[in-house]
Ligand binder design. Sequence first.
Ligand code: INI
Length: 173
Amino acid sequence: MTVFEGNFVDTEDLHFALVMGRFNDLVMNRLVQGCLDALTRHGVKENHIDRAWVPGSFEVPLVARELALTGHYDAVICLGAIIRGDTPHFDYVAAEAAKGIGAAALQTGVPIVFGIVTADNMEQALERAGIKTNKGWEYAMNAIEMATLLRHIRKVTAVRPERYNAIPPGTDR
Ligand code: INI
């Protein structure tokens, strides 16, 4: 039996991309700081963390997918803050962000973390961006775990093709 798992130690050679929505920048700046703090304190090199700002959470999936397709990143972290207003706009933006990020991960085979804070008001959002807890930190940990987990799976399955490679060579996964 093999237990595949990620870890928070073998991080030195990992590369990450952050895709960040500018909307609600008070919340966003705190989320980004929490995320960078967690990555670097777990051994990720600062110059291995590329960053892209986009207008809002709706634009995050397209850029996340584009960066994932480069093949350069072990994981992409999507950060955004969507706060409910008086209209249904919130629901459209949140649904598209969630759907798009999920699709981008499945299409590219690169872990793409859903780091979009959705909140009913600014107070709730700020609580999650450092006042009580910092979700940016948590999203960074999710990215490290997924990056190291996929590396583990790919390493083990590559050295034992007779056991794991049921899919004929050349088949698109
Ligand atoms: N984008 C967000 O990231 N958060 C929000 O709260 C938000 N609201 O409420 O409107 C928001 N809207 C902008 C959206 O993401 C796009 O940038 C815009 O619709 C242009 O495509």
